[in-house]
Design a protein around this ligand. Sequence first.
Ligand SMILES: *[C@@H]1O[C@H](CO)[C@@H](O)[C@H](O)[C@H]1NC(C)=O
Ligand SMILES: *[C@@H]1O[C@H](CO)[C@@H](O)[C@H](O)[C@H]1NC(C)=O
Ligand SMILES: *[C@@H]1O[C@H](CO)[C@@H](O)[C@H](O)[C@H]1NC(C)=O
Ligand SMILES: *[C@@H]1O[C@H](CO)[C@@H](O)[C@H](O)[C@H]1NC(C)=O
Ligand SMILES: *[C@@H]1O[C@H](CO)[C@@H](O)[C@H](O)[C@H]1NC(C)=O
Ligand SMILES: *[C@@H]1O[C@H](CO)[C@@H](O)[C@H](O)[C@H]1NC(C)=O
Length: 643
Amino acid sequence: MGSRFLVIVAVFTTIIITTVVEGSIVCNSNDLSGLKSFKAGIHTDTSGRSEKWVGSNCCRWEGISCDNVTGRVTEIRLPGFISTEVSVFQSQMEGKLSPSITLLTSLQVLDLGGLIGLAGTIPPLIGYRLQKLKKLYLYGNKLSGPVPGSIGKLSKLEQLHLHENRLSGTLPPSLGNLINLNALFLYSNQFTGMIPDSFTNLTNLVRLDLHSNNLNGHIPEKIGELQVLEELDFSSNLLSGKIPTSLVNLTTISVLYLDSNYLEGAIPFPSRYGQMRSLGFLRLQNNHLTGRIPANFGYLASLQRASLANNKLQGAIPASLGNLQDLTELYLNGNRLSGQIPKTIGQLSRLMLFSISHNLIQGELPSEMSSLQNLQTIDLSFNLLRLSSIPKWLAELPSLSRICLAGCGIKGEIPEFLRTTPSPIQELDLSVNHLIGSLPAWLGSLTQLYSLNLSRNSLASKIPETITNLQDLGVLDLHSNNLTGSVSQVFEIGQRFPDGSLTYIDLSDNSFSSGVELIGEGAQTGIQYLNLSHNFLEGRLPISIGRLKSLRSLDVSRNKLGSALPDALAYESLLETLKLQENRFMGKIPSEFLKLRKLKDLDLSDNLLEGQIPAGKPLSEFPVSSFSGNKGLCGKPLTPCKA
Ligand SMILES: *[C@@H]1O[C@H](CO)[C@@H](O)[C@H](O)[C@H]1NC(C)=O
Ligand SMILES: *[C@@H]1O[C@H](CO)[C@@H](O)[C@H](O)[C@H]1NC(C)=O
Ligand SMILES: *[C@@H]1O[C@H](CO)[C@@H](O)[C@H](O)[C@H]1NC(C)=O
Ligand SMILES: *[C@@H]1O[C@H](CO)[C@@H](O)[C@H](O)[C@H]1NC(C)=O
Ligand SMILES: *[C@@H]1O[C@H](CO)[C@@H](O)[C@H](O)[C@H]1NC(C)=O
Ligand SMILES: *[C@@H]1O[C@H](CO)[C@@H](O)[C@H](O)[C@H]1NC(C)=O
């Protein structure tokens, strides 16, 4: 009744208002006033598009399209991201979305997506007025408030993109009436409540993305009725309960993200070969899934990337895995999987990444793994594999560049064959093994090395001078060995390569005795984490330490460092953790330390400091234990100084 009335009015006004001036169509007066109100609500438009909206010929305005017969505005296309043949430009619009936009009753496309600054609410009348709408893009803005229930009346709607706003409230069940929808994106908002069961009526839906909201309750039981669904993402919500068994009927799905929820129960997998055959990416990690990986896992023949990481899965890795001819990435880390790696793994000719760290896998590595020609990353860390040595064939894999074998029971010296791998090593993690001997000088020839973790072994030597050749080194963790001599070589990397990438240095718990004077010399400005704790370091902290502008955590505790604390430490404005305890620092705490606004963790205990603790935040906020065991400190939080 109402809509018929609207149609009659629309036709009537069209006849009266549409006039043809010099062969072009002048815009309808309702459309014109709707657009003018919209423009009035905007106070900034960095694209300059709406600024050029002058006169009354709105059909000629940039971003506006009209029907060439009725003269009504059918499209508003003002996306924030403007891409032309010659340039790309992210524009921004600030202001409020005017409810008068609903005067444009012939709109089929409303695209105000990605404008970053558009605030206000989705007009409650939208469903009554914009009944011709097919595409509604309001994503990437600052819209707040609920999705109005009237939206369920937009029966022609095919695409609804409201993601990345500040929308809240529950999802209106009326959304389930939008049976022509093929894409529904509501992710990254603040929606609460359950996923309406009515969503299972959206049988034309190809992409459904609700991730990163606060949705709770369970996944609708009949989700399997979304027969043409290809991508489903419910991750990062508060969903609980079991994964509905109907999921196995989503035979067209290629992306499935259910991670970071509170889902439980075994994963329902197809019992018959061929079901879910087009599943391309299965991501179920970070849940509370239990049970075994089904023996017929390998029947998901189109699987390309699969993650079942960080659940509570048990039992063996099924041998059927070998059928997954398209598999490129397999994450099984952080479960309770046991048994041996199946020999069939050798058939995964496309496999690039294989991670089974933190499981209970035992026994020998199957020699069939030596045929994994495309394997780039392997992580076997922390299982019950007692490898005793790094298999030579591993170092001969043609594509391997990231090798993680922490906690694998490896004994002996660091083998020299790692020097000449076919693909240059970028990451090497041999931590928590039984390595002995020295850090070999040839480490310096691994020129693409980004991350080296040899912590918690029994390596005993100096750091070789050649390490200063590692211009790509970003992460160096050598803690808990028996390394000796100077730490200066590590800081020389930053001196030699001013644009280097070094951010993380942990040399703690060794027997180093010198080299602190080079900290901060040259360009080492990217270092964020520096731990030299528990060594025999002597000397004083250099003033150049103040140049470590990115430093967030500094730990030089438990050494023999002395002299005064440099004021320059206070230039580290990002510093959150400062541990200087158990040294021989003397004199006063510099008043500049009051500038360390981000400091959350401070320990100056057991030094030779004296005098008044500079009064004020953040120093006064730390407990007594942060300052105890010094020669004579006083003032808040310790007892007041004697006058
Ligand atoms: C009017 O639009 C129709 C369909 O959009 C198109 O086929 C036709 O060429 C247009 N006519 C004029 C005069 O632009
Ligand atoms: C799905 O649509 C049918 C027919 O319109 C309706 O009867 C039913 O209640 C809807 N289901 C849900 C869960 O809303
Ligand atoms: C899967 O679909 C078939 C055919 O539509 C139906 O009979 C069956 O009950 C569905 N399975 C589940 C678990 O929903
Ligand atoms: C190095 O390995 C140890 C032990 O496996 C681990 O705890 C540490 O976080 C690793 N270091 C880095 C920087 O990842
Ligand atoms: C570490 O090395 C030093 C010097 O080589 C030696 O005296 C010491 O016993 C070693 N400590 C350990 C725990 O192996
Ligand atoms: C520095 O290393 C020591 C010994 O390895 C460790 O106990 C300490 O927590 C580390 N400090 C920081 C700030 O991470």
